[in-house]
Design a binder for this molecule. Structure first.
Ligand SMILES: C[S@@+](CC[C@H](N)C(=O)[O-])C[C@H]1O[C@@H](n2cnc3c(N)ncnc32)[C@H](O)[C@@H]1O
Length: 252
């Protein structure tokens, strides 16, 4: 495993251990639990959260990608970097009956927490798979909607992740992602810091680079909407939370 990937795995193993001991009604704030909110606070409906018995504090995301897709019964959904499982479990409810939600994550502690949360939520149509999002353990054209929440920025090879999302989507399928993006050039020293990479800052790329990777993979009409910007010193206004949508063309 590369140094970057190990820094990411180790950070989220630690966060999963912290989340595992939080009470479900803890208001720790979403995103990084110990850091600033990066765009997911208030994006989940209280009713939906209540139905699965979880609070927003289990989210480490930067938005709510389940809002970007009209999920329907019978569909197959895949969440890249599913963490504690919130977006998978919400999706699983919406694609029932007949549908299934998968989450892929590389961190054992997160997979264990997600499975515990699935048990608490009483959901049967979800599966958490161990794997890396640049090598998704699902067959070609097997998924209707790929979602992801604050994860693609963590990947060293973003093109590989985007190509994999394209491969597993059925023709006509939707990619619906919340992610951090670089709005202004970050300091090169900051870009090299592993802690900052694992904290969803240093691995961010500009929107035009993201768009080019989506188009190169074959996605059509990539759309980006910035819905929050970071205000911490060093990155004030330079990193934002984006909602990103793109479609795999119906005929490929
Ligand atoms: C910032 S957290 C987001 C978790 C979740 N999406 C959420 O919104 O709460 C990043 C998650 O992605 C996982 N992750 C990061 N890089 C990954 C990779 N290359 N393959 C699989 N999982 C990855 C981490 O283990 C962690 O659970």
């Amino acid at each position: 495993m590369s140094d970057v990937k190990e820094a990411v795995r180790s950070r989220y193993a630690g966060v999963a251990r912290q989340l595992a001991v939080l009470q479900p009604d803890t208001n720790a704030g979403c995103c990084q639990a110990d850091g600033p909110d990066c765009g997911c606070s208030g994006s989940y409906s209280a009713d939906e959260l209540k139905e699965i018995g979880l609070s927003e504090s289990v989210s480490l995301g930067c938005g709510n990608p389940t809002m970007l897709a009209k999920l329907e019964p019978g569909q197959v959904v895949l969440d890249l970097g599913s963490g504690a499982g919130l977006d998978v479990l919400l999706s699983a409810r919406r694609v029932a009956p007949g549908g299934h939600a998968y989450g892929v994550d590389m961190t054992d502690e997160m997979l264990s927490l997600a499975n515990t949360n699935m048990g608490k939520a009483g959901i049967a149509n979800a599966t958490f798979l161990k794997g890396s999002i640049d090598k998704i353990p699902l067959p070609d054209s097997s998924v209707d909607v790929v979602i992801s929440n604050c994860v693609i920025n963590l990947a060293e090879d973003k093109a590989a992740v985007i190509n994999e999302a394209f491969r597993v989507l059925r023709p006509g399928g939707l990619l619906a992602v919340a992610d951090m993006v670089e709005l202004e050039t970050l300091d090169p020293d900051l870009k090299r810091r592993l802690d900052s990479w694992a904290g969803c800052i240093s691995g961010t790329i500009p929107i035009e680079e993201y768009r080019a990777a989506l188009l190169a993979a074959g996605f059509a009409d990539p759309d980006f909407q910035i819905h929050a910007t970071q205000t911490m010193p060093d990155i004030d206004g330079k990193v934002g939370s984006a909602y990103i949508r793109a479609r795999k063309p119906a005929a490929v």
